[in-house]
Design a protein around this ligand. Structure first.
Ligand code: HEM
Length: 491
C-alpha cells in the first residue's frame, strides 16, 4: 500500500515537475521569441482599405499629422497598398532616424525619384560608398575658405540687383528674392561663365528641370509625360554646356573659386577624377538642394521682420552697431557677427521649413521609446518618416510654438536644445544633416543686411499663406512690399 502510494506520489511529482519544466521552457521561449513574433507595433492610422492611406497622405501630410498625433502619439504607421510609412515625431523618438547607418536606414530608395533630374552616376544613382565620397566633395566645396570667396559674390550680386530698384516703388518680394538667389547661386556654384554669358539659357534649362519634378514624379519618375520629356532634354543640354565650360577651363589652365571648380578638382579615394557628367550632376543636385529652400526662407524672413516691428528694430540696431564697427564693409566674418538676424532667419525657418517631410527606408528592425515610456518595434521594410514642418512646432519643445519669437534661440532659453538633439530639424541633422546650412545663412544674411542698410520697407499685402502644394513648400501668392531708398542712419 505504502509502495503504491509512493508510486502514485512519484507520478504526481513527475507530472508536477514536467508541468513546471514546461512552464519554464514556455516562459523562456516566450522571452526569447516574443520580441520577434509578437512585436509591439505602432498604432495604425485609420483609413479606407487599399488606397485610403495614400489619399490621406496626398491630401496633405501635415494635415494628417495634425489629426493623428493627438490621437496616436509620436509613433504611428500609415498603411496603403503593401506599404507602411511609420512616422517618428519629436526629439525623443527620432534619434535613430537621424543617426542610423545607411545599412539600417537608407535614403537611396525613397529619394530615387531625383535620379532622372540629377542624372546618372551621382547621388542617389550610386552606391552609398560612392555617394559618401560625393558628399565629401560637397563638404570640401563649402569649406570656410571657399565660403569667404562666395560671400564676396553674394554681396556684389545683392548690390548690383538692388541698384536697379528705383528710389521708391512696390515689388513682389518673393519674385525679387527668387531672382536674386538664382543669380547668386549661379555665380557661386555654376561659375562666371554661366553667370555672365549663359545665364538666360541655363536658367531656362533649370526651369525645365524644375517643372519636371512633380508630385507624380515621386511615384513614377519615368512616366512618359511632356514635363518629363522636357526635363530629360534639359538635362542633356546642361550636360553639353558644362562639358564645354569644363573643357575650356582645363584648356586655358584657369582655376576659379566656385563649386564647379571644386567639383572639377575633386578626386575619389582611388585617385579617379570626377567626370564631366558627374560634375554636372552634382551641380544640379546642389542647385536643387539650395535654391528654392534659400529663396523661400529669405522671403519668410522678410515677411516676419516687416510684420513684427520689434524684431525689425532689433535687426536694424544690430546693423547700426556693425556699421559703426566695420563701416559699410560686409564680408564672411562680419556676416557671422549678425546674431540677431541669424535668430530671425532661424525662427522663420522653424515655422516654415521648405522640406516638410524627410524619408528613409528601413532595412532592419528597430525600437523606439516615446516620452511617455511606450516602446514600439518598427519592422524592417517600413518607410520611416519625420516632418520638420510638424516637429518644429511641438508645444512640449517650443513655448507658444506658432508664435514668431526669434529670442527663443537666445542664450539662456535655447529652446532648440533644451529638449535634446533633433528638436530643430529644418536642416535635418545627424548623418545626413544639410551640408549647405552655412552657405544658406550667409546668402540670406547678405541679402537682408543690404536691404536693411539701404531701404525702408513696408509689407502692403496681407501676411502670406503657406503653399502646401509645392514640392518645396513655400509662400503662396505675391508678397507685396513698398520700398523707399534710404541709407540706415547711425544715430
Ligand atoms: C534654407 C536652406 C536649406 C534648407 C532648409 C535645407 C534643408 C536640408 C535638409 C532638411 C536636409 C536633410 C535631408 C534628409 O535628411 O533627408 C538637407 C540635406 C542636404 N542639403 Fe540642404 N538645405 C538648405 C540649403 C542647402 C544649400 C544652399 C545646399 C548646397 C549649396 C544644400 C545642400 C545639401 C546637401 C548636399 C544635403 C545632403 C546631405 C546628406 O545627405 O548627407 N542645402 N538640406
Amino acid at each position: 500500500m505504502a509502495s503504491m502510494e509512493l508510486v502514485a506520489d512519484n507520478k504526481l511529482l513527475n507530472v508536477g515537475l514536467l508541468l513546471v519544466a514546461t512552464l519554464i521552457v514556455a516562459k523562456l521561449l516566450s522571452v526569447l521569441l516574443l520580441p520577434r513574433s509578437n512585436k509591439r507595433l505602432p498604432p495604425v492610422v485609420k483609413a479606407w482599405p487599399v488606397l485610403g492611406g495614400l489619399v490621406r497622405f496626398l491630401r496633405g501630410p501635415v494635415v494628417m499629422l495634425r489629426q493623428e498625433y493627438p490621437k496616436l502619439g509620436s509613433v504611428f504607421t500609415l498603411s496603403f497598398l503593401n506599404k507602411n510609412i511609420t512616422f517618428l515625431i519629436g526629439p525623443e523618438v527620432s534619434a535613430h532616424f537621424f543617426k542610423a547607418s545607411e545599412s539600417d536606414l537608407s535614403q537611396q530608395e525613397v529619394y530615387q525619384f531625383n535620379v532622372p533630374t540629377f542624372g546618372p552616376g551621382v547621388v542617389f544613382d550610386v552606391d552609398y560608398s560612392v555617394r559618401q565620397e560625393q558628399f565629401r566633395f560637397f563638404t570640401e566645396s563649402l569649406r570656410v575658405t571657399k565660403l569667404k570667396g562666395y560671400v564676396d559674390y553674394m554681396v556684389a550680386e545683392a548690390e548690383e540687383y538692388f541698384s536697379k530698384w528705383g528710389d521708391s516703388g512696390e515689388v513682389d518680394l518673393k519674385y525679387e528674392l527668387e531672382h536674386l538667389i538664382i543669380l547668386t547661386a549661379s555665380r557661386c556654384l555654376l561659375g562666371e561663365e554661366v553667370r555672365n554669358k549663359l545665364f538666360d539659357d541655363v536658367s531656362a534649362l533649370f526651369h525645365d528641370l524644375d517643372n519636371g519634378m512633380l508630385p507624380i514624379s515621386v511615384i513614377f519618375p519615368y512616366l512618359p509625360i511632356p514635363a518629363h520629356r522636357r526635363r530629360d532634354e534639359a538635362r542633356k543640354k546642361l550636360s553639353g554646356i558644362f562639358a564645354n565650360i569644363i573643357g575650356s577651363r582645363k584648356q586655358a589652365g584657369k582655376s576659379e573659386n566656385d563649386m564647379l571648380q571644386s567639383f572639377m578638382d575633386s578626386k575619389y579615394k582611388d585617385g579617379r577624377p570626377t567626370t564631366e557628367s558627374e560634375v554636372t550632376g552634382l551641380l544640379i543636385a546642389a542647385l536643387f538642394a539650395g535654391q528654392h529652400t534659400s529663396s523661400i526662407t529669405s522671403t519668410w524672413t522678410g515677411a516676419y521682420l516687416l510684420r513684427h516691428k520689434e524684431y525689425l528694430a532689433a535687426v536694424l540696431d544690430e546693423q547700426k552697431d556693425l556699421m559703426k564697427k566695420h563701416g559699410n564693409r560686409v564680408d564672411h566674418d562680419i556676416l557671422s557677427e549678425m546674431e540677431v538676424l541669424y535668430r530671425c532667419i532661424k525662427e522663420a525657418l522653424r515655422l516654415h521649413p521648405p522640406l516638410i517631410m524627410l524619408l528613409r527606408s528601413s532595412h532592419s528592425d528597430f525600437s523606439v521609446k516615446t516620452k511617455e515610456g511606450k516602446e514600439y518595434d518598427i519592422p524592417k521594410g517600413h518607410i520611416v518618416a519625420t516632418s520638420p514642418a510638424f516637429a518644429n512646432r511641438l508645444p512640449h519643445v517650443y513655448k507658444n510654438p506658432d508664435t514668431y519669437d526669434p529670442d527663443r534661440f537666445a542664450a539662456g532659453r535655447d529652446e532648440d536644445k533644451a529638449a535634446g538633439a533633433f528638436s530643430y530639424i529644418s536642416f535635418g541633422g545627424g548623418r545626413h544633416g544639410c551640408l549647405g546650412e552655412p552657405f544658406a545663412y550667409l546668402q540670406i544674411k547678405a541679402i537682408w543686411s543690404h536691404l536693411l542698410r539701404n531701404f525702408e520697407l513696408e509689407l502692403i499685402s496681407p501676411f502670406p499663406e503657406i503653399d502646401w502644394n509645392a514640392m518645396v513648400v513655400g509662400v503662396k501668392g505675391k508678397v507685396m512690399v513698398r520700398y523707399k531708398r534710404k541709407e540706415l542712419s547711425l544715430n
